[in-house]
Design a protein around this ligand. Structure first.
Ligand SMILES: [Mn+2]
Length: 339
């Protein structure tokens, strides 16, 4: 291709043969299944795979239990992503991306397993439950977007600008705009290749971070006043009671990153009451493994980014989570002293 480096970028890891096999055919029916409240790594990878397979003559059905959030309305092909309650007909392959726990499909996994010959599970969460017929779980990848990029390249499918924008956005968001400790040389090589293939970094940043309305900025100001900090400054949290903010606003703002941005903070928590559940998002800065805190409450995630959903009153759950987080911070500090 003119004007492009002939040497392809290094991949995070080789693509296992068993992951390639289901896609090595010219036509087929694929189900691309997302989980609850799909983020950009979920949607970007499902849309990229859907667009790529359609270019190869496949028929793709894309959807999940919840619709795509408005902030991701710029993703190419996103209007194809539907709220699913039932599935039509048989599928040759069903693919779930970035979904560590099949319970997060709200039962759609059972329909997928009943109607698809092969279920492929592609993810980078270390605690993935390996629920597919084929499981490709690679925690070294900063985003599932890196893995789907590797898959498409290995399949020899051309990366169109639409596919590139989806995968670039997946990687951009899961790395906090290439700022987090999960970023590797492969992340930048793949991002460079995606930009060469037509992803526009300015367009993506603009769509993600420069489209607030004035009301949302004022709402952000009100929310930030609620951030609380422990006496030692190492734990910060933000509690949002039911109805205190709009869902659309929470989906558009990475609210947990604000308490995390305080210099002394080792663990940040966003604690939201929603539909009778309390949803917790946890962020760490490397010395405390927050996925272990999430596991204590039946959740999971990565060492620096994890979450869980807990039944109970907002006050009680908040107290419990903060107590476990404070202990984890203390233990991590003791461990580093004795090392
Ligand atoms: Mn991800």
């Amino acid at each position: 291709m003119p004007g492009r480096d002939a040497r392809p970028p290094a991949l995070p890891v080789p693509v296992p043969e068993e992951v390639l096999v289901p896609f090595r055919r010219d036509r087929g029916r694929v189900l691309l299944l997302g989980h609850v409240h799909p983020d950009a790594d979920v949607l970007g990878t499902l849309l990229a795979l859907g667009l790529a397979l359609e270019d190869r003559g496949w028929t793709a059905t894309l959807g999940g239990p919840h619709p795509a959030p408005a902030v991701l309305s710029f993703l190419p092909g996103v209007t194809r992503y539907r709220t699913l309650t039932a599935l039509d007909g048989r599928f040759d392959v069903a693919v779930l991306t970035d979904c560590p726990d099949p319970a997060r499909t709200e039962g759609l996994i059972d329909l997928a397993k009943a109607s698809a010959s092969t279920v492929v599970n592609i993810d980078h969460h270390p605690d993935n439950r390996r629920y597919g017929h084929v499981n490709w779980v690679e925690p070294v990848a900063a985003a599932t977007g890196e893995l789907v990029y590797a898959l498409l390249r290995e399949l020899g499918i051309p990366i169109t600008p639409g596919i590139a924008t989806n995968l670039f956005t997946a990687i951009h968001t899961d790395t906090g705009s290439f700022r987090y400790s999960n970023v590797t040389p492969a992340t930048f090589r793949i991002a460079a290749e995606l930009v060469a293939a037509g992803a526009d970094p300015a367009l993506v940043s603009n769509a993600l971070y420069e489209r607030r309305d004035a009301g949302a900025l004022r709402a952000l100001g009100d929310v930030l006043r609620r951030v609380e900090l422990s006496d030692d400054g190492r734990l910060a949290w933000l509690v949002l009671p039911e109805g205190s903010v709009e869902e659309r606003f929470v989906e558009a703002e990475d609210l947990v990153n604000y308490p995390r941005s305080i210099g002394s903070v080792r663990v940040a928590c966003l604690i939201r009451e929603r539909g009778g559940q309390v949803k917790i998002s946890l962020r760490g800065k490397g010395d405390v493994d927050v996925s272990r805190i999430a596991h204590r409450f039946g959740g999971g995630g990565h060492p620096n980014a994890a979450g869980c959903s807990v039944a109970g009153s907002l006050g009680k759950v908040t107290a419990d989570v903060l107590a476990v987080a404070a202990t984890a911070i203390r233990e991590a500090a003791e461990e580093s002293r004795t090392r």
